[in-house]
Design a protein around this ligand. Structure first.
Ligand code: 4AD
Ligand code: MG
Length: 405
């Protein structure tokens, strides 16, 4: 008979009852002759211990896989639990493929109360006026559509070390440009025990290249269609990006390069000012149409969570943007400020201490150096396919004054 984990754990004197339990693997321990699994289905805080002999094929039994276990409920020899399930048959219902490089997929929420980027480009969420909520406000506090899953990933990277998310992201950016959408998809990754921007850039470059190579080998016809009819010459431009090592320059060097060419720009390049699209595109051209990482931006330009470089009067943070041909900024990332006192002071100056108490707490209990990045998915498609306007790589683009269906 099928029983819940709670039901199985509740059996007082187990005596070989045949049962079937369905749930998710919460831990795996394999010893020479036995395999221990902890399985939970959400019916109980405790997991049920499943004991299997080591002849079971354990290749697909991974943390997070869903399984159906048939076997006998027996009294457990261990003091920790009353009963355990002696497995006769374990079937994997759905395997849980962490990415090859060991990143665990996290579903980060769409509705959130935080403004990760601190840019105020938020869409506020409220129930329709027909809904009667007893209190004045559905969630008691203002909530928004997410601008980034980063802060939630930071929480989860404290449990799984390397995590990623891929989902819709929303920005109330009043822009009609060829690279801005109000709703776009973002791939974000967060890595614990990350020590340097160098290590982060390696992951970014490898994500860019391996994804492009996978797309090229899995969908050659579709890519060819774009490269042939929409963006002639793009095939060579993409190959050029894939076969060269990406370059690295500092923000300060970037501004120097731009100043040499200031007659080309509408916005005068200046240390301390944000790079405009025209600047970014110029830098990529200057680098021979090879993607280029720009690192160490002024602290004043970047969000509160970026790690302070403590480099004197210039005062930069360990930020990194990847600029690519045709688009400009494709990735934004940074080392995170993992030091409690630094973060506390930054938040205090911005008047955010109260709202981000939970985030500060991550730095109080087992803080580690960490960092991550986000890559705009539509911009990525633009870049590898050579599509000029971002609105052409998504079936239902949303932007200012445009959300008809
Ligand atoms: O640089 P951004 O704002 O970085 C973050 O949100 C970080 N919290 C990510 C992280 O570290 N986890 O956004 C990341 C990328 C940009 O580089 C760009 O490619 C894309 O998201 N992006 C947009 N794409 C389309 N339309 C918009 N309005 C976009 N805004 C950002
Ligand atoms: Mg950015």
């Amino acid at each position: 008979a099928r029983v819940s984990v709670r039901g199985a754990l509740g059996v007082q004197s187990a005596n070989g009852e045949r049962v079937k339990v369905q749930g998710w693997i919460r831990s795996i321990r394999s010893q020479k002759e036995v395999l221990f699994l902890h399985v939970n289905d959400g019916s109980s805080l405790e997991s049920l211990q499943v004991v299997a002999d080591s002849s079971f094929d354990s290749r697909e039994l991974a943390f997070g896989s869903s399984v159906e276990v048939q076997g006998q409920l027996v009294k457990s020899p261990s003091k920790k639990q009353n009963v355990e399930l002696k497995a006769e048959k374990i079937e994997v219902v759905g395997n849980c493929d962490a990415k090859d490089s060991g990143f665990v997929h996290i579903h980060t929420p769409v509705i959130t109360s935080n403004d990760c980027e601190g840019a105020g480009e938020l869409f506020q969420v409220e129930p329709s006026s027909k809904i009667k909520v007893p209190e004045e406000n559905f969630f008691n506090i203002p909530v928004f559509l997410t601008v980034s899953g980063q802060l939630h990933l930071e929480v989860m990277s404290g449990a799984f070390t390397q995590v990623f998310t891929f989902g819709p992201t929303f920005r109330a950016e009043n822009s009609q440009s060829r690279r801005h959408l109000a709703e776009f998809y973002m791939v974000e990754a967060e890595i614990s025990f990350l020590e340097s921007l160098q290590d982060l850039m390696q992951v970014m470059e490898s994500l860019f290249k391996t994804t492009a190579m996978t797309v090229l080998s899995n969908c050659p016809k579709d890519v060819e269609l774009c490269h042939k009819f929409i963006a002639p010459g793009q095939k060579d431009r993409l190959e050029h990006m894939l076969k060269n090592n990406f370059l690295v320059i500092s923000y300060t060097e970037a501004v120097e390069i731009l100043k040499q060419a200031s007659q080309n720009f509408t916005f005068t390049p200046e240390w301390g000012a944000d790079l405009h699209t025209e600047h970014e595109k110029y830098l990529v051209k200057h680098c021979g149409d090879i993607p280029v990482f720009v690192i160490n931006y002024p602290l004043a330009l970047k969000p509160f969570y970026m790690r302070d470089n403590e480099d004197g009067p210039q005062h930069t943070v360990a930020a990194v943007d990847l600029l690519v041909p045709g688009v400009g900024e494709l990735f934004g990332g940074s080392l995170r400020e993992e030091r409690y006192h630094f973060l506390e002071q930054r938040l205090a100056r911005l008047g955010l201490t109260e709202a981000y108490q939970w985030y500060l707490d991550l730095r109080r209990f087992g803080s580690v150096p960490h960092g991550g990045f986000g890559m705009g998915f539509e911009r990525y498609l633009q870049c590898i396919l050579g599509i000029d306007n971002i609105k052409d790589v998504i079936p239902f683009p949303r932007f200012t004054h445009s959300c008809l269906l």
